[in-house]
Design a protein around this ligand. Structure first.
Ligand SMILES: C[S@@+](CC[C@H](N)C(=O)[O-])C[C@H]1O[C@@H](n2cnc3c(N)ncnc32)[C@H](O)[C@@H]1O
Length: 199
C-alpha cells in the first residue's frame, strides 16, 4: 500500500471517529447515552488492570503462556493498557453474545466465542482451566440468580493460583464533589431503569 493511500485511509478513519465522537457527545448531553469508552470509569479500570496484572505475575511461577478468559467482552478494551510484554503471554478467550469487535493487541492467541455466557459454561470442558478470568461491566446485565451461576462457574474454572477479577463500577465523569454525587445518583437511576434485569 502506498504512503498516499495510507494517508487517505487515516484521514477517513479520523473523520469517522470525529463524527462518532460528536454524535455520542450530543446523545450523552441529551441523556440518551452514557459515554463509556474514554470515561473516568473506563480509564481508571484499564489503568488499574495495567498495573495489577504485572504485579500478580509472580504467582504463576514463570509459566510462559497464560490462559485468559474474558466474560461479556466483544473486544479487548479492558486489557488495552496491559503492557505488551505481558499480552504476548496471553491466550485470550473472549465470550460475548454480541458481534466481535476486537482491538489489535499483540496477544499470543485470541479466540472469540460468540454466544451467551451460560451456553459457554454448559459446553466448556471444566478440566480446561484458566489462569485469569476477567469480567468488566457484565454482571449488572444479568439477574441475581444468574450472577450466582456465573460465580459458581468461575469458582471452578481458575487454574491453581488463578485469579478472578470482577469490575462492575461505572459512573459518569465528574470534577467536583457535587458532580460526583450527581453521577452516582444517575448510576442508580440507570440501574433501576433496566430492572428487572435480563434473565
Ligand atoms: C457494558 S458491555 C461491557 C463490554 C466489555 N466487558 C468492556 O469492558 O468493554 C456488556 C457486554 O456484556 C454482553 N452480555 C450481556 N449479557 C450477556 C450474556 N448473557 N452472555 C454473553 N454476553 C453478554 C453484552 O453483549 C456486552 O457486550
Amino acid at each position: 500500500m502506498s504512503t498516499e493511500s495510507i494517508k487517505i485511509k487515516l484521514k477517513r478513519f479520523q473523520i469517522v471517529r470525529a463524527i462518532l465522537y460528536v454524535k455520542n457527545w450530543i446523545m450523552a448531553k441529551l441523556g440518551l447515552k452514557v459515554l463509556t469508552y474514554g470515561s473516568i470509569y473506563d480509564k481508571e479500570t484499564r489503568y488499574f488492570l495495567g498495573r495489577y496484572l504485572p504485579e500478580k505475575m509472580s504467582r504463576f511461577n514463570g509459566k510462559s503462556e497464560l490462559n485468559f478468559l474474558m466474560l461479556g467482552s466483544p473486544g479487548l478494551q479492558e486489557i488495552r493498557n496491559v503492557p505488551a510484554y505481558l499480552l504476548k503471554r496471553f491466550n485470550v478467550t473472549g465470550v460475548d453474545k454480541s458481534p466481535e469487535m476486537p482491538l489489535k493487541l499483540p496477544l499470543k492467541n485470541y479466540t472469540y466465542i460468540n454466544e451467551n455466557v451460560f451456553d459457554f459454561f454448559k459446553k466448556h470442558d471444566k478440566s480446561k482451566k484458566f489462569d485469569i478470568i476477567l469480567s468488566r461491566w457484565f454482571l449488572h446485565h444479568i439477574s441475581e440468580n444468574n450472577k450466582g451461576i456465573v460465580c459458581r462457574n468461575c469458582w471452578e474454572l481458575p487454574d491453581d493460583n488463578g485469579i478472578l477479577i470482577i469490575i462492575d463500577w461505572f459512573i459518569a465523569d465528574w470534577e467536583t464533589p457535587g458532580q460526583l454525587l450527581e453521577s452516582q445518583v444517575k448510576f442508580y437511576e440507570y440501574r433501576v431503569k433496566y430492572l428487572p434485569r435480563e434473565k
